[in-house]
Design a protein around this ligand. Sequence first.
Ligand code: GLU
Length: 256
Amino acid sequence: MRRVVKIGTSTTVTPEGQIDRKRLAAIAKGVAMLLDSGDNITLVTSGAVGVGKGLLNGRTQTPNMGRPALAAMGQIALMSAYQSVFHPLAVGQILVDHSHVSQPSSAMALQATLHHLWNVGIVPLINENDAISGAEQRIGDNDTLAALISSLVAADQLVILSDIDGLYTDNPATNPKATRVLTIPRVSLEHFGQFGDGNPGPWGSGGIISKLRAAHIAQGYGIETILAAGHDDTVWQRLIDQDYANFTRFAAQKEA
Ligand code: GLU
């Protein structure tokens, strides 16, 4: 199965702005399991801005740096951590902006690079090029980016790993009666008003609304989306077994 796995900032970075190496190591193990099962894997990973903030706070002088500069600082540390925890698997970084998914020649170049990496067993790690994306080049959040990449690579499935194990009928942190929705056959406009408060957490840009948007985009391309918890080590075997009972599954629209 061809999968695009999006890993959110809440999974890669601790609330203090440190890279969560233990978590990244668990992800490396999980990705190795998926590859061993015959999957084709592309990772879209967030965390550059959050790591950048953490690094900045560790310095004696803390100038007020903007998002691009924080990303420039954080991305290199994030990639270095991925490289070390994925070893002996090799990883390759690709930073993209809107033009890479919207302009045919750039999109083809991106596809070609991904194919080269897959062919030699290198795991692609994609992030938005936050360091230099101007307003008109920005995609804005990695859930959307991952959905666009899923379409570009004709993925069978988009997996979004977040701080929550699915989509709930209400915010489970404040409403104990909230229940997880097992399957969403078709994301509709009402879902956007119904679910969550859209809070993206301390460092990320996403929140549940951007996950719904990503699932909606993927559905439009006939790709299913799985929303699962990034801290759950059982996710990987369940994906291999196609056992989605513990997650929320947004069906591919062609099935609806
Ligand atoms: N590209 C951003 C980063 O690496 C994350 C965007 C998002 O949270 O969706 O920090």
